[in-house]
Write a protein that binds this ligand. Structure first.
Ligand SMILES: *[C@@H]1O[C@H](CO)[C@@H](O)[C@H](O)[C@H]1NC(C)=O
Ligand SMILES: *[C@@H]1O[C@H](CO)[C@@H](O)[C@H](O)[C@H]1NC(C)=O
Length: 275
């Protein structure tokens, strides 16, 4: 019994020992630059590359107008599918800017690759020579964790509150009425003269998957939080079809006037799995 407990509590530690290979250098936790770009190693023919260019050109204006678009181009072996989406709470202008940057980034970084994906805070864009539309994809995993622990709170209580909040976010993301975007907050502390801490949680999905798949996808992301983000003041788990994130400052709109301090944003470590 004792042994089972010991080994189960050491497994996240073991994982942390194994991941440093994939751990990039810490950098600011803000999402102005591309958070990550994934390009498959498969090459493309000139014809497929032409389809990719067509898809990217079609996606940007359509997704800027509607916050979400899919596009296809080419036939049989040169067919390409694409999807672009902005987070639903983001102002229109930020959405357009993000999509334009995403198309440019994926076109240059993934030139000649049959599968390209780029992830920003405000939007994502993806294309592939195989049809991924409608499939909940959790194969490629990106984790961004704040290098700092939460402060001014009991860390175990912080994680319990974060865990409860994020399970609520996952179930809200699975509700059809929320259209694949769930945001929620929780407050803790404040007793014994300590300041209250607010935790802000968000889950969102690409709109090609069903609400039920969205709920499952966000729940899977949330289930990774204890493995990688214990006590951390902020963390993101990003898949190709959904993501989950929490912070101790407001990061979704409306921001309500409150602005995060540079200290709260801090530095992030980045872990890429199954790349
Ligand atoms: C890339 O190559 C792998 C292995 O050959 C294959 O399974 C996969 O479907 C290819 N991906 C695309 C987008 O063509
Ligand atoms: C976070 O807190 C835990 C428990 O107190 C401690 O072991 C760990 O070193 C801290 N990590 C950071 C990055 O401060």
């Amino acid at each position: 019994m004792q042994q089972a407990m010991a080994s189960s509590s050491s497994s996240p530690l073991l994982m942390l020992l194994l991941v440093p290979l994939l751990l990039a250098m810490a950098r600011p936790c803000s999402g102005v630059d591309a958070i990550s770009t994934y390009c498959a190693k498969n090459g493309t023919s000139a014809q497929t590359q032409a389809s990719i260019d067509q898809v990217l050109t079609a996606l940007v204006p359509r997704a800027s107008a509607a916050y979400y678009a899919t596009a296809t181009a080419g036939r049989s072996s040169s067919a390409v599918w694409g999807l672009a989406q902005c987070r639903g709470d983001v102002p229109r202008q930020d959405c357009s800017l993000c999509l334009a940057a995403a198309a440019k980034e994926v076109a240059s970084s993934c030139r000649g690759s049959s599968d390209g994906r780029v992830f920003y805070d405000y939007c994502l864009l993806r294309y592939s020579s195989s049809n991924f539309i409608g499939l909940a994809d959790t194969g490629y995993t990106l984790i961004l964790l704040n290098t700092q622990n939460a402060t001014g709170v009991d860390l175990a209580a912080f994680d319990r509150a974060q865990g409860k909040l994020m399970s609520r976010v996952a179930s809200e993301a699975g509700d059809t009425a929320n259209k694949g975007l769930a945001t929620d907050t929780t407050r803790l502390g404040g007793g014994g003269g300590g300041a209250k801490t607010t935790i802000y949680g968000l889950g969102w999905c690409t709109r090609d998957i069903t609400a039920a798949d969205c709920g499952l996808c966000v729940a899977q992301a949330v289930a990774e939080l204890p493995n990688y983000c214990r006590y951390r003041r902020g963390c993101r788990v990003i898949y190709s079809s959904c993501m989950a994130r929490y912070e101790v400052y407001p990061f979704f709109f409306p921001l309500g006037g409150a602005r995060e301090s540079a200290d709260e944003v801090g530095q992030c470590d980045k872990i890429v799995l199954n790349a």
